[in-house]
Design a protein around this ligand. Structure first.
Ligand code: NAD
Ligand code: IPM
Ligand code: MN
Length: 373
């Protein structure tokens, strides 16, 4: 019997609500598919700050380094907005990504047929859409030095007298390793990769373009590679998203473009993600799985959150960390079936209205669909 270790970090806001539905899915796979999960649960984000005065305790960080996979709900909330920058909930998540060296963030955007009329774009533009954004996750302007807010002493003409600094910095090695991951993924899909940067205005963008091209020419010449400026990429993603197969881009552009891509699928509540690092001793990558959405403070505590993004993130864990591809396919098919039956959380209600199900009912319906096979 296979035995997998999993650290669950539900986090803040709707994080614990959507994670409760994932727990049902885990229980189902244990009861019905002979998988054994050793699950531990811990705090991250604002709730960790409330208890420990830090958004990620060292013990939690150490646990994350030891398990087969980490599953995270969401972090953040308005009650933490005025905390010192160093202890903000988001810092907990960024520390996990950085210390686990999870450089490749896979953000698939798939439009389920049943939701094709729900996107803000026309059905033709989104139906059948299946793209994958690979976002670099451990470098770029999120982590570059120097950074900070400083007095602007030598500039008397600066009204307010302060300067805020962040640095976009990429090494060739950082670009090559995420490009490699993206080419490998493209090979398993439509064999096309589009790289996005702003080589027209940023030196880091020029390096990005050259290094992605280098990886292509030396290692993946058979994959069709194109380059696009990221602003034009945003336009093309809304104009005709089906022109893309895999997109590779930097940390900040990937953050923006993946939220944009979320709306092609109908709701931010639908988008899962996998953050992958280098292979561990067992040959599987170090990994953290999380929905793309945040803690949704506007609907937290009301049973309204869509748990599908988190459940599909667990499907990605089944595929990438546990080698359970069939189980992942079955879980995704169960989600698709439930949506086809017209079951909708509030975020998926179109203008025609209807009665939404709660977070927990959505979880139950997905379990029922799994059981029905
Ligand atoms: P958000 O993703 O939390 O919410 C944006 C909008 O989408 C809201 O209207 C929300 O109700 C809706 N939404 C999000 N997820 C949903 C779901 N599963 N079901 C139904 N509706 C959903 O983004 P925000 O409001 O910009 O940020 C809120 C907090 O979350 C901030 O503190 C932010 O830093 C944090 N955040 C965390 C993560 C993360 O933990 N990975 C990601 C993004 C934002
Ligand atoms: C995301 C979020 C995070 C990011 C925040 C919460 C740190 O927006 O995962 O998309 O900016 O990467
Ligand atoms: Mn984001």
């Amino acid at each position: 019997m296979s035995d997998y270790s999993l650290l669950i970090l539900p986090g803040d806001g709707i994080g614990p609500e959507v994670m409760a539905e994932v727990r049902k899915v885990i229980d189902w796979f244990q009861a019905n598919r002979g998988m054994r999960f050793t699950v531990s649960e811990d705090l991250v984000g604002g709730c960790a700050y409330d208890k420990h005065g830090t958004p990620l305790a060292d013990e939690t960080m150490a646990k994350a380094q030891q398990v087969d996979a980490v599953l995270l709900g969401a972090v953040g909330g308005p009650q933490y907005d005025n905390l010192d920058f160093s202890v903000k909930p988001e810092r907990g998540l960024l520390r996990l990504r950085k210390e686990m060296d999870l450089f490749a963030n896979l953000r698939p955007a798939q439009c389920f047929n049943a939701l094709a009329d729900f996107s803000s774009l026309k059905r033709d533009v989104v139906s059948g859409l299946d793209i994958l954004i690979v976002r670099e996750l451990t470098s770029g302007v999120y982590f570059g030095e120097p950074r900070g807010i400083h007095p602007d002493d030598n500039n008397p003409e600066n009204e307010g007298g302060r300067v805020g600094i962040n640095t976009q910095r990429y090494t060739s090695g950082e670009i090559r390793r995420v490009a490699r991951a993206a080419f490998e993924l493209a090979q398993k899909r439509g064999n096309r990769l589009c790289s996005m940067e702003k080589a027209n205005v940023m030196e880091s963008g020029i390096l990005w373009r050259e290094e992605v091209q280098w990886v292509h020419d030396n290692e993946f010449p058979e994959v069709e590679l194109s380059h696009m400026y990221a602003d034009a990429g945003a336009m093309q993603l809304t104009r005709w998203p089906k022109q893309f197969d895999v997109i590779v881009t930097d940390n900040l552009f990937g953050d923006l473009l993946s939220d944009l891509a979320a709306m092609l699928t109908g709701s931010l509540g639908m988008l899962p993600s996998a953050s992958l690092g280098a292979p561990m001793d067992n040959g599987r990558p170090k990994a953290l799985y999380e929905p793309v959405h945040g803690s949704a403070p506007d609907i937290a505590g009301q049973g309204k959150a869509n748990p599908i993004a988190c459940i599909l993130s667990f499907a990605m864990a089944l595929r990438y960390s546990f080698g359970e591809g069939q189980a992942a396919d079955d879980l995704e098919a169960a989600v698709e079936r439930v949506l086809a039956e017209g079951v909708r959380t509030a975020d998926l209600m179109g203008p025609e209205g209807g009665t939404p199900v709660s977070t927990s009912e959505m979880g139950d319906r997905i379990i029922a669909a799994l059981s029905a096979g």
